[in-house]
Design a binder for this molecule. Sequence first.
Ligand code: ZN
Length: 193
Amino acid sequence: MAHKPSSKQLILEYFLQTIGKVLESKDIQKASGGVVEWARRVRELRNEDGYQILSHRDRADLKPNQYLLETIERVPAFARDISKETRSLVLERNGYTCQMCGVAAGDPDPLGGNRTVRLTIGHIIDKSKGGDDSMQNLRAVCTTCNEGLQNRAMPKPDRIYLLAQIRKATIQDQEAVLNWLLQKFKLEVREKK
Ligand SMILES: [Zn+2]
């Protein structure tokens, strides 16, 4: 006998095929194979699997029987367990910079498009390997690194290389680096002449 997809899988497939479209309850139920508990499966996709399925509780323009998945991007369950306060402390401690690839929040996305870099919180030692949710085990990572989309857990750049790069850069870029460093070390930002 062929493996029959679960109602949850059927609902997920339906959402993934209709990203960005507002779906009606009756169509979701139909896609699920007509199960009675389709709404519970939607909740599981959202709360356990991290799919950002929006409802009228998230968006005023959605009616109570409407749902919308805008992105395949998932929010890992652990990220929702960590308090807002801890998250902002970790981001601040890490200077709003991805600790894997070095991009900063608001930079243009290195993968292109019109997106800017967004940061999330990741574990240094994975929870599956015994890591916990303490501040010491958390770090800022960009959503790209967090999803493992780029293999750029780069080693820290060597000082000689880094200095050479900065010496080669334009005066404007050198100034930008200087201002970033002054800000980082809480010194006065140099006035532009
Ligand atoms: Zn990154």
